[in-house]
Design a protein around this ligand. Sequence first.
Ligand code: ASP
Length: 337
Amino acid sequence: MKTRRNFIKLTALGSAAIFTSSCLTSEKKNVTVSKLQKDIKKPIVISTWNHGLEANEASWKILSKGGTALDAVEAGVKITESDPNNTSVGLGGLPDRDGKVTLDACIMDHENNCGAVACLQDIENPISVARKVMEETQHVMLVGEGAKQFALEKGFKETNLLTEKSKEAWEKWKEESKYQPVINSENHDTIGMLALDESGNLSGACTTSGMAYKLHGRVGDSPIIGAGLFVDNEAGAACATGVGEAVIRIAGSSIVVELMRNGMSPNDACKEAVNRIIRKHKDLANMQVGFIALNKFGEADAPELRALMAAGFVLFLVTLLVNFIANIIINRTARKG
Ligand code: ASP
C-alpha cells in the first residue's frame, strides 16, 4: 500500500508540473522518481554491438517521424538479420554443429504484449515472425518446425540462411574443434534493441543465430521473455547478449527492469545483474555477458561514455567492461540537443 511517497527530485519540480511529469514508482520501497515531460529524452533508441549502429539508423527514421517504438525496433533489427556479412544474426549466421542455421528472436511492446520464435530455420527475419506470433496468435512462443510452418502460412519466404562464408567457417571449425561448441565473443553476439518513442512508450527486440556450433535444438536467452528481453512501460526495458544459459539462470532482463523500478539507474541495474551472474557461477572462464537498459525517462547510462558526433544525431558508443565478464557496446541514437 502506498502510505508515503518520497519524491526524489531529479529536476526542479513545480507544483503545476506534477501533472505533466512521468513517475517511476516502487510500491515496495515507496519511492517515486519523477521527471518533467520536457526532461524525458525521447525518442531514443539503443542497441548492442557495432552492427547496431546501422540498425539504429533504420529505427531512427521511424522514431524521428513520430512512429512507434515497436515499429522502430522491428525495422532496426531486421537490417542486421538481413545482413549476410553478420555471422551472429539471421542470414549468414554461423550454424549449429550439424550445419543448420537456427534462429531465436523475441519482441515486446509497451502493453506487455510479446511474441517469440525459437530454433526457426530458413526464414530471414525471425523478428517479424515473432511479431506475428504476438499480434496474430494467442500464444507467446512458437518453436522449430511449428514456427517455420506458421511463418510460411503468413507469407514469409523460405531462404537458405547458410552463406558460403559461414559454411566454410563451420567446416574449418569441425576439423579443429573436435565437435565441441565454442564460446567466445567472435561466436556469439545478438542484436538487442530498445526504444522509447515520442508518446513515451517503450518496446524492445532481440534476435540472434545463437551460440555458434551449438547442439542442434539449443535455445539461448534471446527469445525468452524475461531473460533475453523484458519491457515494462512503467519502469524500463532491458536486453541481454552473451552466454544465454547464464542470462536465463538469473532471468537477466527482468531483473534489470525490476531493479530500475526500485530506483536504480540503468547503469547500476545492469552492473548488479552482471554481478549476480558472477556470484552464481563458479566457473567464469570464457563467460561473456552484457546487458543494455533504458528507463522510462530515456536514460541509458553506462560506464565509460565516449561521445561521438554523427550526421545530426548524437551517437554514444558505450563500452561496458565489468571485470572480464561483460564486454558490450551500446549504440545510442538520440535527438541532438
Ligand atoms: N545470447 C545469445 C545466445 O546465447 C548469443 C549472444 O548474445 O551472443 O544464444
